[in-house]
Ligand binder design. Sequence first.
Ligand code: GLC
Length: 471
Amino acid sequence: MDWNEGSRRSFLKGLGAAGALAVTAAHSEALPQPAFPAEAQAASPIQAKMAATRAERMKWWHEAKFGMFIHWGLYSVIGQHEWAKEVEGVPLAQYELLAKHFTPKPNAAREWARLAKRAGQKYMVMTTKHHEGFCHWDSKLTDYTSAKQGPGRDLVREFVDAARAEGLRVGFYYSLMDWHHPDGAACKTDEAARKRFVAYTHGLIRELLTNYGKIDVLWYDVDWPLSAAGWESERMNEMVFELQPGIIVNNRNGLEGDFSTPEQNVEAAPEGRAWESCMTLNDSWGFNRGDDSWKSPKTIVGNLANCARNGGNYLLNIGPKPDGSIPEETVSVLEAVGKWLETNGKAIYATDRGSFGWNSNANYTRRGNTLFIHQQYWPGKSPAAEWVPFFGPEAVIAIGGLQAKAKSARLLKTGQPVAFTQDEFALRLTGLPVVAPDQPATVIEVECDGNPVIDHDAKRPLWPRLKVGIS
Ligand code: GLC
């Protein structure tokens, strides 16, 4: 089976068992976003307060563009990804035993943070509690924690210290849905259970945001089985901002939050709305021994540019093994991406949302009036030039529909100037080497005299076959 999000959801739907169906609903409910229309929340005081400080709070995040997501929990001991309990129908008493056998090596998070740094990622978001309900910190509200079970340590503390040691921003993932707590499902139909479970949930979040200094991101997940009203999410966010005035929160506690969270795809939110695409490096969030569907550095660099071109961020996941070590394939892909970012970071970090037409050979990003052409498929030398001199004796990259005037162009990797011509139809970058100067994408930086909008439609009326569509 092709284990992508779509098939995974239909697979879960196909399970049939009542419990599985309930969780399936939870899972798919978490996917559409934003969960609530903005106007429905416009009157809320906390929403207004968040809106007033949003630009300032989110400045670092918009510039950062690239973060590391970490899914790590008891499920890593099974090695069948983080939904194993549900998918394989593991009884709670059996699952709980895993906590005794979860004995990671000390300070594994340092390895993650060093890798994130080498990969050019600027922030890290770790699962403090996933759907399984196991808390990676020393909570006063439950004994189902890494401090009181196998590891005997506060893994959130280790994570926070590791990220800070590398100068990276710190994010906490927190699953509202809880498969372990006795009220985690009962809260849907039993008001007393709901009250207890909401107090527990708010209490856990309070601990996380009180005991670890400044936290930069709170990343809620799956709000099944309650609505925003049931979770008392307004009050939750109020507490969060009282404890951490500079934090940013996502949209998965039933409220709009500061940013949208497309999952496993790159889908821009409308202009003016912040968004972050979260994605696995293979097909699983949690460690999955057999999952060998690793994305290539080319795919990752392409996705990162695809996010940046529309003002979005890319949160790329790693699923450490039970001892905390990182699968080799993850390390090699992330290192390749980091190497590319060392010389091409200017085309990603702190870029602005652009307005670009489609090009199957290249991505575009921009910073102010500077256009970055990320050529993924290098043209090489075209035999067409033998018969039609227009195509040029060496490699040429042509960008139709550029609305601004190019002033200068250079290869970002080497700084070498690139010759060009421009008319009303296209910018033609000429005299380029036959072999791509950089991998997995060569970036050409083009300084323009205005916003480098690329609009293929704009040139159509200029063709002699006036307004015929494709010319
Ligand atoms: C989904 C999954 C979960 C994963 C999350 C990441 O909600 O249920 O396992 O943590 O996506 O976005």
